[in-house]
Ligand binder design. Structure first.
Ligand code: MRU
Length: 362
């Protein structure tokens, strides 16, 4: 499965439309920025690491579509790149991917590169981001599989699989690696209303791989986690705070994650979060993070369009929530596993300046 791809011959981005799965596997391609932004907002392209790739390819596409003028390329990449970065606010990877390519273009510009060279460098840098993302998922799998044992019952939320993250996925990577090693476990994939990424996408991916998976509705979680003796929740992340404060290790992920984390703690289960380090945000604090509020129609109607909320009744539709660090047993990244206290372990993992000093004084 190739969730996103750059087509050199056409200068287009190709993506697998997540909104159509599991009914149809449709690839869409475009070289139009407005279309790409629409695809991101409609969740045709979704999941933090893939949004990073889409941000990178989208910014390379902006450069590639520009006239052969050094100034115009730089201007377009900065201005239109900002539009692309703002398409969805919560996953840090989208703006991260845009910024990576903006930096490459600026560097090429400053070094006096010709327009064709700037465009080529942007495209090559975006491809490199995708290669590194894929590689990161394999490493997350190797680190994380040590946390999965025979007889485990694992609970997942949303989709942090290949569709969302490329490669082996993030929360699914340890599962795939453990399964390849012959470990016997099963997965309970929560629906993840209102858009059902758990039922539609995670169940589809794991089932295709032969990993035992059963879908449960979101409100069954507490009961089934206790009755089925679940051992761990495995979530992905859209943003993990990684500054030097007590907020480090705060996990922004699909709405419902905090609820599962609270249930896991009450039931003495582990709460694992798997994500590449590109999902770690070392700069911002909780007060800075915007939780995306999505259209009320997503809650008011079923996927087939049937209205289920009486007319005139209001709804709320936050797409993500924040799980505080004290609920998180470990964060599995491509560079290794971070455990509490995260204000020391995450900066150390990222080798942020000052992290060793701070780590050793704790
Ligand atoms: O709204 P989505 O579908 O883009 O949500 C993203 C997610 O799939 C999850 O929050 C996921 O667990 C983290 S992204 C790998």
């Amino acid at each position: 499965m190739v969730p996103i791809h750059w087509d050199d011959s056409k200068g287009e981005i190709l993506w697998l439309d997540n909104s159509k799965i599991p009914w149809k596997e449709v690839s869409v391609s475009s070289k139009n920025l407005a279309r790409l932004i629409k695809a991101i907002q409609a969740l045709e392209i979704r999941g933090a690491p893939i949004l990073g790739e889409a941000g990178a390819y989208g910014t390379a596409m902006i450069a590639n579509n520009s006239p052969d003028s050094r100034e115009r390329i730089l201007k377009n990449v900065m201005e239109h790149g900002a539009r692309l970065a703002a398409a969805r606010p919560t996953a840090v990877n989208l703006s991260w991917g845009v910024r990576q390519i903006q930096n490459v273009v600026k560097k090429e510009y400053d070094s006096g590169a010709a327009p064709a060279e700037i465009k080529k460098a942007a495209i090559e840098a975006a491809k490199k981001i995708q290669r590194e993302n894929i590689e990161a998922t394999y490493r997350i799998g190797e680190h994380g599989k040590r946390l999965i044992h025979d007889g485990d019952v694992l609970v997942t939320i949303c989709n942090a699989g290949t569709l969302a993250c490329d490669g082996l996925g993030t929360s699914t990577a340890p599962m795939r690696a453990a399964y390849a090693d012959g470990i016997k476990f099963r997965v309970l994939a929560t629906y993840t209303a209102p858009l059902y990424q758990g039922a539609r996408l995670t169940a589809w991916e794991l089932h295709k791989d032969g990993i035992p998976v059963q879908v449960i509705t979101d409100n069954m979680a507490g009961h089934l986690m206790r009755e089925e003796k679940a051992t761990a929740v495995w979530a992905g992340a859209d943003r993990i705070l990684g500054n030097f404060t007590k907020e480090s290790g705060s996990v922004y992920n699909k709405i419902g994650t905090f609820g599962l984390a609270m249930m896991a703690r009450e039931l003495h289960m582990k709460m694992y979060v798997a994500a590449p380090t590109s999902t770690i945000d070392p700069e911002h604090a909780v007060k800075d993070i915007k939780i995306e509020q999505r259209r009320p129609e997503e809650v008011e109607t079923l996927l087939n369009g049937t209205t289920i909320v009486p007319e005139g009744v209001g709804v709320l539709n936050p797409a993500f929530d924040r799980t505080p660090p004290e609920y998180v047993s470990a964060i599995i990244t491509e560079l290794g596993i971070a455990a509490a206290p995260y204000d020391a372990s995450i900066p150390q993992l990222l080798e942020l300046p000052g992290s060793m000093v701070r780590f050793s004084t704790k």
